[in-house]
Design a protein around this ligand. Structure first.
Ligand code: NOJ
Length: 746
C-alpha cells in the first residue's frame, strides 16, 4: 500500500514537472514562465544544488581539495553543472544520474574548449595574429560543432583578458595587448561558439573570462594581485569583456585575482554595478575553479560561509569546485544572512540557460554518439584548421628573400627539438587523443609532404627543449654542412605557457640558442621557426638568423601550415598581437603608452628623460608588425575634412599598392592620438584595420571612418566622453610605420 502510494506521488510529481517544465505546454509558455514554474517546485536544497558545479570523474583542471560522492549528489539534485566530463557516453551517464533526482533538472556540461576540440586549432594568441575575424569566428564554430557533438554544452572560452606581460603564461589564451583588437576577437569568438542560436545542437554557450583584469597580474605571476586605476580598468582592460557581453555571451567567469584589494569573485562594483547594471548582462556568472574558497587565502573572507556569502551577494551565481555554496548556503539562508530571493535570482539565471539550450525538452540532445563519431576525423575541419594556422604565422625577418625556399634547394637540413615533436604542436589547453600521433602533422612531416619529391631532407635533433646537454650539436653541424639551407625548429615546450606557467626568464630555454649559434657558424642560409605560447626574447637569433617565422602553437595541421609558408604556397600575413620585448626588464612594453613629461627625443637621448640607459624603450618587434614575401607602399592619408563635430564623419582614404613580386595580404591599421586630454591619453590607439589582398602590381584605395564616438574615453569621473580639441590620425602597417594627419574635434 505504502509502495503504491509513493508511486502515485512520484507519478503526480513527474506530471507536474513535465507540465510546467517539459514539452507539453512548451509552445505556449515563455522561457521565463517555464523557469518560474520549475523554481516554484524547488526546495531550498535543490536551489542551492543548481549553484554548485563539480569537476567530473576524470582529469581535473585545478587543485581538487576534497572528494565527494558525486553520483549520490547528482541523484539528490545537489549538482547543477559539471565540468570535465568527456564524450557522449560519459555525459549521457552523468545526465542519467541527474535525471534520477526528484525534479529531474538536467545538468549543464562545461569544458575548456579553448582552441579546438578534436581538431586542434592554433592557440588563441596565434589566431589573434591573423587579425582575420572571419577565420577566428570559423575556428570557434568548428570547435563548437565538434564539442557539442560529444555532449558539451558550454565552453569556458573565450578568454578575453588583455595582457601586456609575456611572463604571464596565459597570454597564449588571449588576443594580446590591445583593447580594440581584443574586443573584435572576443566578439568573433563568442559568435563562433554560440552560432546562430543557443539551443541549436551545434551551439556551445560561451563564457567570457576571467572577469576582470586577470591579465594584469603584478609581475606576470599567475593568480597575482591587480592594482590599477578605475580609468585604466575601463579604458583598457574591461573593453573586451564588454564586447563579449554585447555579442551575447551566455556566461562570464570571475577571475582569481583581487582588484585593488577586493577579490574579483566578490567584487560588487565589477560584477553588479558594471556587468549587470551598466552592461545589462543577462546570463549567469561562474566563479573560477575554487576562487570562492580562495578568498580565505586572500585574507578577504574569514571562512567558507563568509566567502560564499560575499561571492553570492556580489553576483557570482555558480561556484566552481570550491564547495563553499553547497556546504554553507543553506545555513546562511536559515540564519537570515542571505535572503532566499538572492538565491532565486541566481537559480533563475541558470535555469534560463538550461531552457535556452533545450535541455528540459531533451536532456540528451547533445550526447549523440553517432554525431560524435562523424566529427572524429573531419577532413573539412582539418582544412579550416590548416588555413587558420598559416594565417597565424608571423614572418619576423627575411634577409635577401631567403623565404620562400626556391626550386634550386636540393638538400634541406631540419634541426631542432621541435622538428619531429608531435603533441607539442597542439599547445596548452588542448585535448590529447589516443590517435594524435598519426593525426597531428609534425613539422618534419609537413615539409616532407611538400618537398619530399624535390629535395633531400636531413634531420638532427641537436638538443632537447630545456636540457643542458649539447652532445647533439656535432651531428647538427654535420648535416647543416651538407645542406643548401637549414630550417631549425626551436622554442618552448607546450606546457611552458598556459595556466600556472609564468616564467621570469622568457628566453629560448635550454641550450637552443647555443645550438643556433653553432649551426649559424656553418655559414649556411638559416631559417628559424620559433614555437611558443608567448612572445620570447631571442636577440642573438633575431640579429643573425636569415629568416624567422614565429609560429606559436599551430595545432593538428601545424606541419602542413608551416610548409605552406616555407615554400610560398601561402604568403605570410600575420601581425603581432603583442609587442616583443628586447629583455624581460622592459616589461610591460606596449605600443599604447603615455608620453610622460620627459619623452626621449630619440633612442640615443639619455638626458634626464624617461629611458633605460642600457637599451632603447622600443620593443624588439612591435605590436602590429609582420612581414610578407611582397612589399607594399601605403600613401599619405587623405581626409575629407580637418574639422568634425559630433555626428559628423572623418573619412580617411589611403591607397595601398603591392610593389613586390608576389600576391599578398596586408593589414592596414588606423590609429589616433588625442593630443590634449583631461586625462593623459596614449601616444597611439588602434581604432580600425582592414585586410587587403593585392596581386603584384595592384593598388587599391581603402576608406576608414572615424566619428566622435570612436574618440571617447572614461574620464576622471568615469564618464565616457570625447573632448574637443586636436587629434592626429595615422595609417600604416604597424605603429612604428605610420603616416599621419591632424584634425580637430569641434
Ligand atoms: C581554471 C582556469 O583559470 C579557467 O580558465 C578554467 O576554465 C577552469 N580552471 C576550469 O578548467
Amino acid at each position: 500500500m505504502k509502495n503504491t502510494y509513493s508511486r502515485i506521488v512520484v507519478f503526480l510529481m513527474t506530471c507536474i514537472v513535465m507540465l510546467s517544465a517539459g514539452t507539453i505546454y512548451a509552445q505556449q509558455l515563455t522561457i521565463d514562465q517555464r523557469v518560474d514554474s520549475v523554481l516554484k517546485l524547488m526546495t531550498l536544497d535543490e536551489k542551492i544544488g543548481q549553484l554548485n558545479q563539480y569537476s567530473g570523474f576524470e582529469e581535473a583542471t585545478g587543485p581538487v581539495t576534497e572528494e565527494a560522492d558525486k553520483p549520490e549528489q547528482l541523484r539528490k539534485g545537489m549538482i547543477g553543472s559539471m565540468l570535465n566530463v568527456t564524450g557522449a557516453v560519459k555525459t549521457r551517464q552523468a545526465q542519467e544520474m541527474a535525471l534520477q533526482s526528484r525534479l529531474k533538472i538536467p545538468l549543464l556540461f562545461g569544458q575548456d574548449v579553448i582552441h579546438g576540440y578534436r581538431t586542434i586549432f592554433p592557440i588563441p594568441l596565434a589566431e589573434a595574429a591573423s587579425w582575420d575575424l572571419e577565420a577566428i569566428e570559423l575556428s570557434a564554430r568548428v570547435a563548437a560543432t565538434e564539442a557539442s557533438a560529444a555532449g558539451v554544452h558550454w565552453t569556458f572560452a573565450p578568454m578575453v583578458d588583455i595582457s601586456r606581460d609575456p611572463r604571464w603564461g596565459r597570454v597564449m589564451e588571449g588576443a594580446g595587448e590591445d583593447p580594440y583588437l581584443g574586443s573584435l576577437v572576443a566578439a568573433a569568438r563568442v559568435k563562433g561558439f554560440q552560432g546562430n542560436c543557443l539551443g541549436n545542437t551545434d551551439a556551445l554557450m560561451a563564457c567570457g573570462k576571467h572577469f576582470a583584469a586577470y591579465g594584469a597580474a603584478v609581475g606576470g605571476r599567475d593568480y597575482n594581485s591587480v592594482d590599477m586605476s578605475l580609468q585604466q580598468l575601463h579604458n583598457v582592460y574591461l573593453k573586451p569583456y564588454k564586447a563579449a557581453v554585447d555579442a551575447g555571451v551566455a556566461t562570464m567567469m570571475t577571475s582569481f585575482n583581487d582588484i585593488n584589494g577586493i577579490p574579483a569573485t566578490a567584487h560588487k562594483y565589477i560584477l553588479r554595478k558594471v556587468l549587470r547594471d551598466k552592461w545589462n548582462f543577462q546570463g549567469f556568472v561562474l566563479s573560477d575553479w575554487g576562487s570562492v574558497g580562495e578568498m580565505i587565502n586572500h585574507g578577504y573572507s574569514a571562512g567558507e560561509a563568509d566567502a560564499a556569502k560575499a561571492a553570492l551577494l556580489a553576483g557570482c551565481d555558480m561556484d566552481m569546485e570550491s564547495r563553499c555554496y553547497i556546504k554553507n548556503m543553506k545555513s546562511l539562508v536559515l540564519s537570515g544572512a542571505i535572503s532566499e530571493d538572492v538565491i532565486d535570482e541566481s537559480v533563475r539565471l541558470i535555469l534560463r540557460k538550461k531552457f535556452e539550450m533545450g535541455l528540459f525538452d531533451d536532456p540528451f540532445r547533445f550526447c549523440n554518439e553517432e554525431r560524435e563519431k562523424q566529427q572524429w576525423d573531419n577532413r573539412a575541419h582539418r582544412d579550416i584548421a590548416r588555413n587558420m594556422a598559416r594565417k597565424s604565422i608571423v614572418l619576423l625577418k627575411n634577409d635577401k628573400e631567403l623565404l620562400p625556399l626556391k626550386e634550386n634547394v636540393k638538400t634541406i637540413a631540419m634541426i631542432g627539438p621541435l622538428v619531429k615533436a608531435v603533441g607539442e604542436n597542439n599547445g596548452f589547453w588542448s585535448y590529447s587523443w589516443p590517435d594524435d600521433s598519426v593525426r597531428i602533422v609534425t613539422q618534419w612531416q609537413g615539409i616532407l609532404n611538400r618537398a619530399g619529391n624535390q629535395a633531400n631532407l636531413l634531420y638532427a635533433k641537436g638538443c632537447g627543449i630545456t636540457e643542458p646537454d649539447s652532445s647533439g650539436f656535432k651531428e647538427a653541424v654535420e648535416i647543416a654542412m651538407k645542406a643548401d639551407v637549414v630550417i631549425m625548429s626551436v622554442g618552448e615546450s607546450a606546457n611552458m605557457s598556459g595556466e600556472a606557467k609564468s616564467r621570469s626568464n622568457i628566453q629560448l630555454p635550454g641550450v637552443q640558442e647555443e645550438l643556433i649559434k653553432a649551426v649559424y657558424a656553418t655559414g649556411k642560409p638559416l631559417v628559424i621557426i620559433i614555437n611558443a605560447g608567448r612572445p620570447l626574447v631571442f636577440n642573438w637569433t633575431a640579429d643573425h638568423a636569415h629568416a624567422i617565422l614565429y609560429t606559436w602553437w599551430l595545432g593538428t595541421e601545424a606541419g602542413n601550415a608551416i610548409a605552406d609558408v616555407v615554400f610560398g604556397d601561402y604568403n605570410p600575413s600575420g601581425k603581432l598581437p603583442m609587442s616583443f620585448p628586447r629583455s624581460e626588464g622592459q616589461i610591460p612594453v606596449y605600443y599604447s603608452y603615455f608620453n610622460t613629461g620627459r619623452p626621449p627625443k630619440d633612442e640615443n637621448d639619455l638626458n634626464y628623460v624617461s629611458a633605460y640607459i642600457d637599451m632603447p624603450n622600443s620593443p624588439r618587434f612591435p605590436f602590429g608588425y609582420g612581414l610578407s614575401y611582397t612589399s607594399f607602399s601605403i600613401s599619405e592619408p587623405v581626409l575629407n575634412t580637418t574639422n568634425i563635430t559630433a555626428g559628423e564623419e572623418l573619412i580617411i582614404k589611403v591607397t595601398v599598392s603591392n610593389t613586390g613580386n608576389a600576391d599578398g595580404t596586408e593589414t592596414i591599421q588606423l590609429y589616433f592620438r588625442d593630443k590634449v586630454g583631461s586625462l593623459v591619453r596614449p601616444v597611439k590607439q588602434l581604432a580600425g584595420f582592414q585586410q587587403v589582398f593585392l596581386r603584384k602590381g595592384e593598388s587599391r584605395t581603402l576608406t576608414f571612418t572615424l566619428t566622435e564616438k570612436d574618440l571617447r574615453f572614461y574620464n576622471e569621473n568615469l564618464e565616457f566622453v570625447s573632448e574637443p580639441g586636436e587629434f592626429d590620425v595615422f595609417v600604416g602597417n604597424s605603429p612604428d610605420n605610420l603616416k599621419g594627419k591632424g584634425f580637430v574635434l569641434d
